[in-house]
Design a protein around this ligand. Structure first.
Ligand code: SAM
Length: 206
């Protein structure tokens, strides 16, 4: 079923082999409650409790591909949720920091990924502020829909770094990739419409 999902992602235009390999390796069914196993390899988002969702596999693939990852890069993820996206980042050999505002989701994801053998630095708190103590990051990925691009995140991005963030209203957001140049200049590219749960917090929705 996982291989069929990977074929579907390829048909939808995902062509980075390392992203496809990582998604072929990580068992997405570990991230859903046992009662919903048959949903794990469908290309759709699914509830994970607390009104939150595990992102659609296609969305995970798009965001991961946009990040242009390679082993050793320091990556900050805002919105740990189930921990699935986080496991893909770790599988790609990145040094991952992941922050979630809801304690029960943070606890569950931390316990699952530790059990799966991934070494990730988990934090519970308001990710719209980033994690200044460990900045700068080579990559930042936001997995909830933001009203604006928070300056706090741009400030914590390394030169030559990239921030991938969905920005818009609470219904639909545009996927943005913001690249910081060698001298700190900013370039923004758009990659289609998506629909995420809201990014809540100081620099997000109230
Ligand atoms: N990456 C997740 C996954 O693979 O399951 C997707 C999770 S869901 C689409 C977005 C998550 O962002 C939710 O768990 C939500 O609680 C979290 N979130 C929203 N605002 C946040 C904030 N300010 N800081 C940290 N997490 C936040």
């Amino acid at each position: 079923m996982r291989n069929q999902l990977i074929k579907k992602l390829e048909q939808k235009g995902i062509n980075d082999p390392v992203v496809l390999q990582a998604m072929a390796k990580v068992p997405r069914h570990f991230f859903l409650d046992e009662a919903f196993l048959e949903h794990a390899y469908q290309d759709k988002a699914f509830p994970i409790g607390e009104g939150q969702t595990i992102s659609q596999p296609y969305t995970v693939a798009v965001q991961t591909q946009l990040l242009q990852l390679s082993p050793g890069l320091k990556v900050l993820e805002i919105g740990t949720g189930s921990g699935y996206q986080c496991s893909i980042l770790a599988e790609l050999g990145c040094k991952v920091y992941s922050i979630e505002r809801i304690k029960s989701l943070h606890d569950k994801a931390k316990s699952l990924l530790t059990h799966m053998g991934y070494k990730v630095n988990f934090y519970c708190g308001d990710g719209t502020l980033g994690i200044p103590a460990h900045a700068p990051y080579d990559r930042i990925i936001v997995t909830a829909g933001a009203p604006i691009v928070p300056d706090s995140l741009l400030n914590q991005l390394n030169n030559n770094g990239m921030l991938v963030i969905p920005v818009g209203d609470t219904g639909t957001q545009k996927m943005l990739r913001i690249t910081k140049g060698q001298t700190g200049s900013i370039q923004t590219q758009e990659f289609g419409n998506f629909s995420f749960v809201p990014l809540k917090g100081t620099n997000g929705w109230k």
